[in-house]
Design a protein around this ligand. Structure first.
Ligand code: TMP
Ligand code: ASP
Length: 251
């Protein structure tokens, strides 16, 4: 028996639904099987994806929490539900790139696979109708979304997340090529890691495999029609849970 009940739907995104609960300081997130890419131009239902992303995100949030990264995560409930603290999401997608891939190589003369040292931090304005445009420092300042101190904190948290996840995945023979995170302000004004961290939002390469397509363990399998998407996410989940304690259930 859980100690909360679901309230109204607050928000439906491409991969998750967010519900109010009967407790003002508790929000429930349902991970869906819907897969989208290229700003939802490409869509599919992938049975089992929601549960895998919920579990992987829970394990990674708990790992990050143990390393001192403040997150919205409170616990899981069943296979597809995560309980989180309510946050005001900052409409900025923070991307860290350890290895060049994806849009970086489409937009700039940088070879796919090139090491980014130090890792590149890119910010995008989170707005699907605008296609999540790239944010320069001046554009971010013009939007007035963050004070300089908040922006510094956001970048510090993103680099801290990379500092934990990159060696963690490396120890599981996966290269964390790049990832996107979202952050939000709690009721008390603390900046927390929010949203999810999963193969939908990361690029992960299996370092045991040399072939450039075969090694992909993330949403690029869906974007590039490589097949085996859920199987790849399952492999990520298996490796991550083999190295982590069972995620806590929210009661
Ligand atoms: P990109 O190469 O398309 O800029 O993506 C960089 C990383 O961010 C990659 O791991 C995928 C992730 N990402 C999202 O999670 N959501 C998005 O909407 C986009 C564009 C990228
Ligand atoms: N997340 C975006 C979408 O669902 C873009 C992507 O991941 O390719 O369309």
């Amino acid at each position: 028996m859980t100690s909360y009940s679901l309230g109204p739907l607050l928000h439906e995104g491409k991969a998750k639904r967010v519900f109010q609960t009967d407790q003002s300081d508790l929000v429930a997130v349902e991970f869906k099987d819907d897969a989208t890419a290229f700003n939802a131009l490409k869509k599919a239902q992938l049975a089992g994806k929601g549960a895998l992303n919920c579990r992987i995100s829970a394990l990674l949030f708990e790992l990050l929490e143990r390393q001192g990264v403040p997150t919205h995560y409170l616990g899981i409930d069943g296979s597809n539900w995560m309980l989180v603290r309510p946050v005001q999401i900052v409409p900025v997608e923070v991307v860290i790139r350890n290895v060049a891939a994806g849009s970086l190589c489409k937009q700039l003369p940088i070879a796919a696979g090139a090491a980014m040292e130090p890792p590149l931090l890119d910010l995008y304005y989170k707005d699907d109708s605008l296609g999540d445009p790239f944010l320069s420092e001046a554009r971010l300042e013009r939007l007035g979304l963050l004070t300089p101190e908040q922006r510094q904190r956001l970048e510090e948290l993103a680099r801290q997340v990379n500092g934990v996840l990159r060696p963690f995945f490396a120890s599981l023979e996966m290269e964390l090529v790049d990832f996107k995170i979202e952050l939000g302000f709690s009721a008390s004004g603390e900046l927390l890691l929010a949203d999810e961290i999963s193969p939908d939002t990361c690029r992960l390469w299996n370092t045991q495999v040399a072939d450039a397509s075969e090694r992909i363990l993330d949403k690029d399998r869906f974007r590039q029609d490589l097949g085996g998407v859920v199987e790849a996410y399952g492999e990520v989940c298996k490796r991550v849970q083999g190295a982590c304690p069972e995620p806590r259930t929210y009661r």
